[in-house]
Design a protein around this ligand. Structure first.
Ligand SMILES: C[S@@+](CC[C@H](N)C(=O)[O-])C[C@H]1O[C@@H](n2cnc3c(N)ncnc32)[C@H](O)[C@@H]1O
Length: 232
């Protein structure tokens, strides 16, 4: 079956219509979109700066006003939920995504968040960048631009785990999976000012086989932290 996708606008009550992705080769799947204003995500954000994602990134540490917000590059943005969570918790977030269709969904999510009273300030702290993270992080002009680089590449489907969610299945078919994920770590470690954070399934080996400085355990997943104390 050859994957075939179409973007369409769906009405969303009184809110702005949302851009959605339909998999024409999977008529029973319905559509997916980047939705940052769901009750699920609100619950995650409500868990605050003590949750493993926020602690791994360093958002739980106090910052002096003159330092401004923590600058995070979410280099594998996907549908932007982790990045939006970090922005809602106070970070200035660059969402970088190489798949143009996924990028269009991200731009639409940001527009809708800008129009939502409780999300507007966070959406203003988000920028969306399209392109390949390895190239962007390897560009010396970007070194030191972000305090933290966050990586969440797709983990290979080993066929052993429960069936992936429909959304993850479609994202995998759309982007082709992230078989080149190991190549992200070395340029990220050179580019980040303070740390690189990698989201992994609990039992997965670390990215690129490289042991992290520390890890924070979440539900069914963990966040591996690589400190970069010598970067400028
Ligand atoms: C598992 S998803 C990320 C999910 C995301 N953390 C979220 O909260 O929605 C991984 C995404 O990373 C993107 N990606 C993988 N490698 C990349 C690279 N080298 N440059 C840019 N994007 C990349 C893929 O296209 C995919 O959309």
């Amino acid at each position: 079956m050859t994957p075939e996708f179409a973007l369409e606008h769906e009405a969303d009550g009184d809110a702005l219509p949302r851009l959605s992705l339909r998999a024409l080769h999977r008529p029973k799947f319905g559509t997916i979109c980047a939705d940052w204003l769901t009750p699920d995500l609100a619950r995650r954000i409500g868990a605050g700066r003590k949750q493993p994602l926020a602690r791994a990134v360093g958002l739980n540490k106090p910052r002096a006003p003159e330092e401004g917000p923590l600058r995070v590059l979410d280099a594998t943005a996907g549908l932007g939920r982790d990045g939006f969570t970090l922005a809602m918790l106070g970070a200035a977030v660059s969402l970088l995504e190489r798949n143009p269709t996924t990028c269009a969904l991200l731009r639409d999510a940001r527009l809708r968040a800008l129009a939502a009273a409780g999300a507007q300030a966070a959406a203003e702290r988000i920028e969306i960048l399209e392109g390949d993270a390895v190239a962007r992080m390897a560009d010396a002009a970007n070194h030191g631009r972000w305090d933290v680089i966050y990586l969440d590449p797709m983990y290979p489907d080993d066929g052993k785990s429960a069936l992936p969610s429909k959304e993850m299945q479609l994202l995998r078919e759309l982007t082709g999976g992230d078989a080149d994920a190991d190549a992200l770590l070395a340029p990220a470690l050179r580019c980040a000012r303070r740390r690189v954070v990698v989201k992994r399934p609990s039992k997965a080996p670390p990215l690129g086989g490289r042991a992290p400085s520390l890890s924070f355990d979440g539900t069914q997943l963990r966040f591996d932290v690589y400190l970069c104390p010598f970067n400028p």
